[in-house]
Design a protein around this ligand. Structure first.
Ligand code: ATP
Ligand code: MG
Length: 348
């Protein structure tokens, strides 16, 4: 029967990197005698253009009946008007809540070959290897929004149960790693953060006594991510702080074009590169496909296709080690999305 993968290419470079993933998964299927049934569905700006909605019901239904979902990227200048009634990001937020994917997991390692691609000094980056675990369906992004004549409000809300379930995800991850958990909040000013800190402290003490737990304020954590990034093992944080910190952390790796993510809940998993639709380079065939291919590897691992996931990750590592670098990684390079994709398939 094979695995059913709903592919949501989206906008900008989304379709280009999604095609790379489809090609790589076809190669994996052939090599490992697997079968992936991959179909494309609309989300984001292109969905607004075609149907008037950023997340058509057909896409929701296809995702709910798939084994996993791969998403490219959404949005772009064409749909940027902040006063527009429908916006591409609404499609993504809705998809996350429809799928109930409350945890967003972003691993970060620095490829030895790319120590120079980062603006940080190589000695600071040597042993960097951490995962950001971000709460994805609560907090200020999902709270009630209100606009008055001369004011606006965004409600930030967390329940104990929401904090516990994301803490459990982070603890499980820490147990497979160095067992150091850094919980990030702003408990000196925010009530939701004081709840967050209380719940995390109690939950870890009761259930994971082997884990070393530390709390950091988000401002201080932002600084330490740059000053001493190798300190971190698992970073646990709420929705908005996680959004900001994980984009900051991506700089360590040298390019947004390298970083993968998964979003998981009870049901189907959602896998996507952390970068956006990169309208500045869309349509030129030069986007870095590695973040997407590595997201597909996370998807394979989540589907329990471990040797397939290992093979894809190794192939990307080899391509990078052999200087198959797109322009975001090497300004003088003429390597295209297609070249990088074919290199990965060859190293498979
Ligand atoms: P979003 O609002 O969707 O999060 P963003 O504003 O964070 O988007 P991106 O679209 O991620 O921005 O792009 C940021 C910069 O990184 C752009 O200059 C873009 O060209 C570059 N970039 C992002 N992804 C890639 C990629 N896969 N390959 C090459 N360059 C990329
Ligand atoms: Mg962004």
């Amino acid at each position: 029967m094979g695995y059913k993968i709903a592919c949501l290419p989206g906008d900008g470079i989304g379709p280009e990197v999604t095609d790379s993933v489809i090609e790589v998964l076809n190669a994996v299927a052939e090599k490992f005698q697997q079968s992936f049934e991959m179909s494309k569905y609309l989300i984001g700006g292109c969905a607004i253009d075609a149907t008037g909605e950023p997340l058509p019901q057909e896409t929701i239904d296809a995702c709910n009946s798939a084994d996993a979902v791969f998403l490219g990227a959404i949005g772009g200048p064409k749909w940027d008007d902040p006063n527009a009634k429908v916006r591409p990001e609404q499609g993504l937020l809705k998809l996350r809540s429809e799928l109930g994917v409350f945890s967003n997991i972003r691993p970060l390692t620095v490829f030895p070959k790319l120590l120079d691609a980062s603006p940080l000094k190589p000695e600071l980056l040597k042993d960097v290897d951490f995962v950001v675990v971000r709460e994805l369906t609560g907090g200020i992004y999902f709270g009630a929004k209100n606009r008055g004549e001369d004011f606006a409000t965004d409600e930030c809300r967390y329940s104990i149960q929401e904090v516990e379930r994301i803490t459990k995800v982070a603890c499980e991850m820490a147990m497979q790693r160095r067992k150091i958990l850094t919980s990030v909040d702003k408990a000196n000013v925010l009530e939701t953060s004081r709840l967050w800190r209380d719940v995390v402290s109690r939950y870890v003490a009761e259930n994971y006594p082997e884990i070393t737990l530390e709390h950091q304020l988000v401002d201080s954590c932002a600084m330490k991510l740059i000053q001493n990034p190798s300190h971190f093992d698992v970073i646990l944080t709420e929705n908005m702080f996680g959004d900001i910190l994980s984009d900051e952390a991506s700089v360590l790796a040298g390019s947004m074009g390298l970083l993968a993510s998964s979003s998981l809940g009870q049901g189907v998993g959602l896998f996507e590169p952390i970068h956006g639709s990169a309208p500045d380079i869309a349509g030129q065939g030069i986007a870095n496909p590695y973040a997407s291919i590595l997201s597909a590897a996370m998807m394979l691992r989540w589907l329990n296709l471990t040797k397939e996931a290992d093979a894809v990750e190794n192939a990307v590592q080899q391509a990078i080690a052999n200087d198959v670098l797109t322009r975001d990684l090497d300004a003088t390079s003429s390597v295209t999305t297609k070249d990088a994709t074919l290199a990965v398939i060859e190293y498979l």
